[in-house]
Design a protein around this ligand. Structure first.
Ligand code: DGL
Length: 271
């Protein structure tokens, strides 16, 4: 299908390894309420962060192939780990639509605050890729930046454990060094991490601001739709449909925690 044949009534496809990408879907819903969003959470295979680049790329291609069946007009990779290593492969197999990740919008939002010192937190895969440090330095070459992997954050968030002594202890395990050398900003380079925002703010040095990468990603999606003249009609009733590769008990209430409201539909699928 050619780009010109794309229909503005088509849905936006969004995927993540699990529930985390719902933070991005929620931000898109907020600024683009007329859009239909089809979300895939690969809950059977979460987490992606500790896996090899080849495995993450293979999973990403399968997820995109599933969403493509909905005739999506735009693909949002709501996963930093996949955005770090598989965007080019996805673009190559889906040349008819725009494929966007969540890293560059977050980097741009971070740089708009004119930081001198930044810390990026992410999965092992994202940190290993070095992409945040590279992209931040392209915009602010003199920026002092550290990237810290926080592999336990994702399982805690998937379990819905977002505060309390165990969460504080976990944050302390990875981020104690920030008290000795406080950054101006913390970039949550994983779409699960905004759910730990309150716990992170409780722990972080007072002067450290957390960047809202989900909002920045949603604004980028809106700009892409404008550029391609693909916005849904203003009076359309938007929706959020969730597809998951495994549906553990309590999925809906977990999803509600991420979104602040229940999804319109939850269905278990096989890729
Ligand atoms: N939420 C994803 C990310 O942004 C992936 C987390 C994981 O599966 O390890 O990186």
């Amino acid at each position: 299908m050619s780009r010109s044949a794309l229909d503005h009534q088509s849905p936006i496809g969004v995927f993540d390894s699990g529930l985390g990408g719902l933070t991005v879907a929620a931000a898109i819903r907020k600024i683009l309420p007329a859009e239909r969003i089809v979300y895939l959470g690969d809950t059977a295979r979460v987490p992606y962060g500790p896996r090899s680049t080849e495995t993450i790329q293979a999973f990403a291609l399968q997820n995109a192939a599933f969403l493509r069946k909905f005739n999506i007009k735009l693909l949002v990779v709501a996963c930093n780990t996949v955005s770090a290593v598989a965007l080019e492969q996805l673009r190559a197999v889906m040349p008819e639509i725009a494929v966007t990740g969540v890293i560059l919008p977050g980097v741009r939002a971070a740089c708009e605050t004119c930081p001198e010192k930044a810390v990026v937190i992410g999965t092992k895969g994202t940190v290993r890729s070095g992409v945040y440090v590279r992209e931040l330095h392209k915009l602010i070459p003199e920026l002092q930046v550290r990237a810290i992997p926080c592999p336990l954050f994702v399982p805690f968030v998937e379990e819905g454990i977002l505060e309390g002594p165990a969460v504080r202890e976990m944050i302390h395990l990875y981020l104690a060094e920030l008290h000795a050398d406080p950054p101006d900003i913390l970039i949550p380079g994983c779409t699960h991490y905004p759910l730990l925002k309150n716990a992170l703010y409780d722990y972080l040095p007072k002067q450290t601001k957390i960047i809202d990468c989900a909002k920045a990603s949603a604004e980028h999606v809106a700009a892409l739709l404008t550029e391609q003249n693909l916005h849904a009609p203003e009076n359309a009733k938007g929706s959020l449909e969730c597809y998951v590769t495994d549906s553990p008990p309590g999925f809906e209430s977990q999803a509600e925690k991420f979104l602040g409201y229940p999804p319109d539909k939850v269905e278990k699928v096989t890729l």
